[in-house]
Ligand binder design. Structure first.
Ligand SMILES: C[S@@+](CC[C@H](N)C(=O)[O-])C[C@H]1O[C@@H](n2cnc3c(N)ncnc32)[C@H](O)[C@@H]1O
Ligand code: SF4
Ligand code: SF4
Length: 265
C-alpha cells in the first residue's frame, strides 16, 4: 500500500474557521488513538503502507506521540501534519527519525512568522525535512503574498490548497471559493502567478481553478480506498476521509472536499 493517513486525535488547540473537522460548528472531541489500538489496527491491514501520515486534529497534542513515532519509523516513512504551534525544544527530539513535518501556516503576523522560522530551522537541524501548506479561503487570499515571500526566503516548499467549505457552514458566503467573483479570481490569479513560477505547481492550480469554474469533466483517478487508506481515532479503516468507511463509487464521489487530498495521492 502506498499511503496510510492516521488520525491520531480529534483534539486541537486551534479553531480554524475552515477546518474539515469543525466547519464552523465549534465542537471538537478529545479522542486519542492509543498505541495499542494503532498496533492491532496495522496488523489487520493486507499490506504494510510505504508512507504513514500522522494527522488529526492536532497530532502534537497526543500524549503518546513519541512512542507512536518510535514504533512507526522502523516500519514506514513517517510524515507529520501539524499547525506547528506546539513544536518546542522537547518535541524536536520526539520527532527525530521522521522523514518530514508539514506545517500548515495560519497567519502572516510578524511574531508568528518569526516563531515559525525558528521552528523550521530547529527541525532542519534535527535532520527533518520541512514543508508548508496554506489553505485558501475567500477571506484570506491577501495572505498569499506575504506567505510566498516568507517561504521563499527560507527555501521552504509551500503548497497552496483550496479550502473545502460546506454549504451548511455559517460563514459559507465569506469563506467559500464558490463565491469568488471575476475580479476576485483575477486577484487570485495575480498572486498565484508568482507562486506558480516559484513552485512549478501550475497544473495543480489549473486543476482546482477549473473545478471551481465547472470545467472538470473527468476527475483524476483517485487512489483512496485502493492504494491509500485512512485510519480513524478508533483504529477503524476507512476508504477515505469523506466516505466514512463505505466503498467509494468513484468518480461519483469526487467533489470539492477531495481537492486538497489529491495533492498527496
Ligand atoms: C485537518 S489538518 C490536521 C493537522 C493539523 N492540525 C494542521 O492544521 O495541519 C490536516 C490538513 O488539512 C488542512 N485542512 C483543514 N481543513 C481544510 C479544509 N476545509 N479544506 C482543505 N484543507 C483543509 C489543514 O490545513 C492541514 O493542512
Ligand atoms: S489546526 Fe488543523 S485540526 Fe486544528 S482546527 Fe486548524 S486545520 Fe483543524
Ligand atoms: S470522496 Fe474523493 S477522495 Fe474520497 S474516494 Fe471519492 S474521489 Fe477519492
Amino acid at each position: 500500500m502506498q499511503s496510510l493517513f492516521i488520525s491520531i486525535t480529534e483534539h486541537c488547540n486551534r479553531f480554524c474557521m475552515h477546518c474539515f473537522s469543525d466547519q464552523g460548528v465549534g465542537q471538537r472531541s478529545n479522542n486519542y488513538l492509543s498505541l495499542a489500538t494503532l498496533v492491532s489496527s496495522l496488523e489487520k491491514l493486507k499490506d504494510a503502507p510505504f508512507i504513514m501520515y500522522l494527522t488529526g486534529g492536532e497530532p502534537l497534542l497526543h500524549p503518546q506521540l513519541g512512542e507512536i513515532i518510535h514504533f512507526l519509523k522502523r516500519r514506514a516513512v513517517v510524515i507529520l501534519l501539524t499547525n506547528g504551534d506546539l513544536l518546542t525544544a522537547g518535541t524536536f527530539t520526539t520527532l527525530k527519525g521522521m522523514e518530514q513535518v508539514i506545517i500548515s501556516l495560519k497567519s502572516t503576523d510578524n511574531a508568528y512568522l518569526r516563531e515559525m522560522q525558528q521552528k523550521v530551522k530547529a527541525l532542519r537541524e534535527n535532520a527533518i525535512n520541512v514543508s508548508s501548506i496554506f489553505v485558501v479561503t475567500r477571506q484570506n487570499m491577501s495572505e498569499i503574498k506575504p506567505l510566498l515571500e516568507f517561504t521563499q526566503k527560507l527555501l521552504l516548499p509551500l503548497l497552496i490548497q483550496p479550502a473545502y467549505i460546506s454549504p451548511a457552514h455559517p460563514q459559507f458566503g465569506s469563506l467559500s471559493l464558490w463565491k469568488l467573483d471575476e475580479q476576485e479570481w483575477l486577484f487570485l490569479d495575480s498572486l498565484m502567478s508568482k507562486y506558480l513560477l516559484a513552485e512549478g505547481s501550475a497544473s495543480y492550480y489549473r486543476f482546482w481553478k477549473s473545478f471551481y469554474h465547472g470545467q472538470v469533466i473527468n476527475p483524476p483517478f483517485c487512489q483512496m480506498g485502493n492504494d491509500c487508506l485512512v485510519m480513524d481515532v478508533a483504529g477503524n479503516h476507512l476508504t477515505c476521509f469523506h466516505q466514512a468507511g463505505q466503498s467509494a463509487p468513484f468518480p461519483a464521489c469526487f467533489g470539492e472536499h477531495c481537492l486538497s487530498l489529491f495533492t498527496y495521492l
